[in-house]
Design a protein around this ligand. Structure first.
Ligand SMILES: [Zn+2]
Length: 540
């Protein structure tokens, strides 16, 4: 094979090296060129975002096609017009050196208008009396991230930290429940719309102020009236991590459950937990953090095993052994400090892979295999985009919690594991859409995208330019119409990265599904998605 390849290569070199035969090659290629469909301006824009092309790269690509007599790509001037269509009216956007924001009402109106434009034929086929009343369901949330590039610009203090408020449209449906548009990739950044980007450190105070601001804008929202449709909005704050939920619910400690009010010490007392009244279900489960924290919980449990020998030295020794076992047996780096100092190497992909092989996970940690397998099943169920059978889920979770207490009763489960095992069925019940679609993964992945956009797609000559370009580019990259082009290709690309639903998980679904891969689960690298700065696929 290798010699064959080399021979062909040298043959090609020979052909290319000869001027006479070279021109013959070009002539042959020109003669056999198929007629082509040129890109529309929207398609060209989608291609630019998909491939992360700068204007200069696009122009150079276009020029090389033109030189070959191929008008495949429209001029950038035309693409720029399509780009402008992705922005709400300019009065809605305000930019300061340290922040850029867009008012919620115009942002939602623009999103709705683009979706109606995209799904025009579907709306016409409904044959309801115009205007049709539709509801646009969205999730929103906020998250801080660090490690952004610092530029030589005067002014703001925390310019390597960004606090982003974002929103993802999930579903557009009629009041009779007919789905007009459904977001097939609710965890993708490609539908994650920026509401406000601030160069600031995430603090309790900042989170509180932003919560208040957005809540007051939500309560003032008016339906959007178009000739064909009237669109009502329904927003859920579920793209949040435990920290933000605690601020929103006034929960003072991370060791206290924001739903039932119990603390760490009592989580293993299942009888007390069962009779506790439950509130604050609307914030969802933060499924990405469920994966991370459940993995952490079992990891820390394994450091304390066996219980009779539990001392600080023993724990440190166990930690080294477990790390070495994960590295040699599964090729995973676990619980190692990250470069830059924030967090550790445990990320979504590490956790997903560990839970996918309960036997290996158990062999590395010494934790009971059945417990690992059951927790993996629950995690997979609450992350998938299908409706769940809450009775079956509640029973399965209860049995798993009993198993945990029976095996490791002296080690209290962590707050997240407690929420997952005791409250997930109630959360699923209270949620209008499948719980997996409410995940905060899109916002976490957006942090990574924002770093890349800020570096590649903004002017650096002033802070105001950097911020306004960043907001503008994110608006384009998350435009529902642009993001729907090439969606099938992106879904194919990512479907291979997400495992099939396990038979145990299938048994928890409300409607039977085949064990096909979750094609719609677009797993992106988030801040918790890459352990070592290399691509996420290395950990998959
Ligand atoms: Zn609780």
């Amino acid at each position: 094979m290798a010699t064959e390849g080399r021979r062909r290569e040298s043959h090609l070199l020979e052909e290319a090296g000869s001027p006479r035969r070279g021109s013959a090659l070009v002539a042959r290629a020109t003669a056999t060129r198929e007629p082509h469909d040129s890109y529309t301006t929207d398609e060209a824009l989608a291609l630019m975002v998909d491939l992360d092309l700068t204007t200069a790269q696009y122009n150079s690509m276009r020029l090389s096609a033109v030189e070959r007599g191929c008008q495949l790509y429209p001029a950038f001037k035309k693409v720029a017009k399509a780009k402008a269509m992705c922005l709400p009216r300019s009065e809605a956007i305000s930019v300061l050196p340290g922040e850029a924001k867009v008012e919620l009402q115009p942002l939602l109106d623009h999103t709705a208008a683009r979706l109606v434009q995209l799904q025009g034929p579907v709306l016409e086929s409904l044959a309801d009396a115009a205007p049709i009343h539709l509801t646009l369901y969205c999730k929103w949330g906020m998250d801080g991230s660090s490690g952004h590039s610092q530029y030589k610009q005067a002014g703001v203090r925390h310019d390597d930290q960004l606090f982003a408020t974002t929103l993802v449209p999930l579903r557009l449906q009629t009041q009779r429940g007919v789905v007009v548009w459904n977001n097939a990739t609710p965890s993708s950044t490609r539908f994650c719309r920026p509401v406000r980007l601030q160069l600031a450190k995430e603090t309790k105070d900042l989170t509180e102020r932003e919560l208040q601001r957005v809540h007051s804008q939500i309560s003032d929202l008016q339906p959007y009236r178009m000739p064909a449709a009237v669109i009502h909005y329904e927003l859920t704050m579920s793209m949040v991590d435990g920290k933000t939920v605690n601020v929103a619910t006034g929960t003072a400690s991370s060791q206290r459950c924001s739903m039932c009010g119990l603390t760490l010490k009592r989580f293993n007392d299942l009888e007390a937990v069962a009779v506790q009244p439950v509130t604050n279900l609307q914030y969802g489960l933060s499924t990405l953090h469920c994966w991370l924290r459940s993995f952490d919980c079992l990891l820390h449990l394994s450091y304390r095993l066996p219980a009779a020998q539990d001392t600080t030295e023993h724990r440190q020794q166990r930690r080294k052994e477990v790390q070495e076992a994960f590295r040699s047996r599964m090729g995973l780096r676990v619980d190692e400090p990250r470069a830059g100092g924030s967090g550790n190497s445990n990320d979504g992909n590490t956790a997903r892979r560990a839970f996918r092989s309960p036997a290996d996970f158990a062999a590395c940690t010494g934790v009971d295999e059945q417990l690992i397998s059951r927790m993996g099943t629950i995690l997979q169920a609450v992350s998938c985009f299908h409706r769940l059978d809450t009775t079956a889920l509640a029973k399965y979770c209860e049995e798993t919690a009993e198993l945990y207490v029976r095996l490791y009763g002296q080690h209290p489960m962590s707050t997240t594991v407690h929420k997952l095992l005791t409250h997930s069925a109630a959360v699923v019940d209270s949620c209008h859409l499948p719980i997996g679609t409410m995940s905060e993964e899109a916002a976490e992945a957006a942090n990574k995208r924002l770093r890349q956009y800020r570096l590649r797609h903004t002017r650096k000559d002033s802070r105001v330019h950097t911020m306004s370009d960043l907001l503008g580019y994110m608006m384009v990259a998350s435009d529902p119409l642009v993001s729907s082009l090439g969606l099938q290709r992106r879904r194919r690309l990512y479907s291979s990265r997400h495992g099939r639903l396990q038979p145990e998980t299938l048994a928890l679904l409300a409607e039977p599904q085949s064990a096909e891969p979750e094609a719609s689960a677009e797993v992106e690298e988030s801040d918790h998605g890459s352990s070592d700065g290399s691509s996420g696929s290395s950990t998959e």
